[in-house]
Design a protein around this ligand. Structure first.
Ligand code: HEM
Length: 365
């Protein structure tokens, strides 16, 4: 759109409407990233409810829910309602996932924040892929490999959502790491091992009794004791790494945020392992599995947040921007995305924006 001449833009109704849309403030955008994250977590829980109530084929076709209809028939009763409810949450989420990238395109400093634009479109692309994979899952009669892929893609989408959430609260400058590189590597290894625990968990699920449909769905055919053992072993490994991280962030004097997320991670992993063992020895009751799936999602978010709390991204202060800032006399806290984008806004629109925002000529970092 930027390449169009102003006359061409005026005669193009879509471009003219787009230009008239208000600019999105960083604060509003940050709220949007939070809501996206909540949706991404919620969809894992409602997807889990579909499987655990055996409603995976509650709507036996996709995208319709039964022959020739998009809503459940009475013959599909509760299972249809659960699966249909999950589809409704997905649709709501889809609408929202489109709002976030559009908002990113309306950020005042969108030219400097291409990362936010790309990450927001990543949410939308991931959502579309999930909708297609959800359809394939139904069409393959809930083959455990497609059910596992459906869950794991949600975890990948959460990576996008968590990175977006974090980046929206940082500047556009280059990555700075104030702790030792080894600590950052330990956090990365922890995230990889945690991902391995999730993958092995889906193998246990694909082998265990909760297929999503008792009559039709296939199973992996592994020995449940062996795969559960492997999964529990990997859980022990990630528990050890999390405890090591909780000590390491303190010894390395990492930020308060990193320490907090290390503690949250230890608590969620220990609780998660306790639920895992309990459900295994109680014969895998559905209620506890629901708790286990929710715990896995929270643990994943905590592991990602801990990793992302170690590097920082201050605001990008280019020489041109710095001299413009000195001209309008603004204060920038380079660690505060709001302050920096206010200045970008002030430099872009000096007459309308500067007087109320200008304080004194000073650059802080
Ligand atoms: C860090 C700790 C753990 C994490 C993050 C974790 C994560 C997961 C995940 C993601 C699943 C698959 C959920 C799905 O596909 O819907 C799963 C399944 C399972 N996990 Fe864990 N788990 C952990 C610890 C344990 C432990 C210690 C045990 C003990 C044996 C265990 C037992 C199971 C069982 C039995 C299932 C299959 C449940 C089913 O049939 O649906 N987990 N776990």
């Amino acid at each position: 759109m930027a390449a169009m001449s102003s006359t061409a833009r005026r005669s193009n109704p879509v471009a003219a409407l787009w230009d008239r849309l208000p600019t999105v403030s960083p604060r509003v955008f940050r709220v949007l990233t939070l809501i996206s994250l909540v949706f991404l977590g919620l969809i894992v829980v409602t997807g889990g409810a579909v499987r655990l109530t055996g409603s995976g084929l509650g709507c036996p076709t996709w995208p319709q829910c039964g022959d020739g209809s998009f809503t459940p028939h009475s013959e599909y009763a509760l299972h249809g309602a659960v699966e249909f409810g999950n589809r409704m949450v997905s649709i709501l989420m889809g609408v929202f996932m489109l709002v976030t990238p559009l908002a990113a395109l309306r950020l005042a400093d969108r030219r400097a924040r291409r990362d936010l634009v790309w990450l927001s479109f990543g949410l939308w692309a991931g959502f579309v892929s999930q909708a297609v994979l959800g359809g394939i899952t139904v069409l393959t009669d809930l083959h455990p490999a497609t059910v596992a892929a459906h869950f794991l893609l949600s975890m990948l989408l959460l990576v996008d959502g968590v990175v977006l959430y974090r980046r929206a609260r940082q500047g556009a400058g280059p990555v700075t790491v104030s702790v030792r590189r080894e600590l950052l590597w330990l956090a990365r290894v922890l995230v990889v091992v945690a991902a391995g625990v999730l993958v092995l968990g889906t193998v246990v699920t694909g082998t265990g009794p909760h297929s999503g449909d008792d009559e039709k769905a296939k199973r992996f055919g592994f020995d449940i004791v062996n795969v559960a053992q492997l999964h529990a072993d990997s859980a022990m490994l990630v528990t050890g790494l999390a405890v090591a991280m909780a000590f390491a962030v303190r010894i390395a004097k990492a930020s308060q945020e990193a320490r907090r997320w290390a503690d949250v991670l230890v608590v969620t992993i220990v609780a998660q392992a306790a639920v895992g063992f309990t459900q295994y020895f109680l014969g895998i009751p559905a209620g506890l599995v629901a708790l286990h799936v929710t715990g896995a999602t929270l643990m994943w978010i905590a592991a990602l947040r801990l990793w992302l709390a170690l590097p920082d991204r201050p605001s990008l202060i280019t020489p041109a921007l710095a001299s413009a800032v000195v001209d309008v006399g603004a204060v920038i806290d380079t660690h505060d995305a709001d302050s920096a984008s206010t200045v970008v806004d002030a430099v872009d629109h000096p007459v309308s924006a500067a007087p109320s925002r200008v304080v004194t000529a000073q650059l802080t970092d």
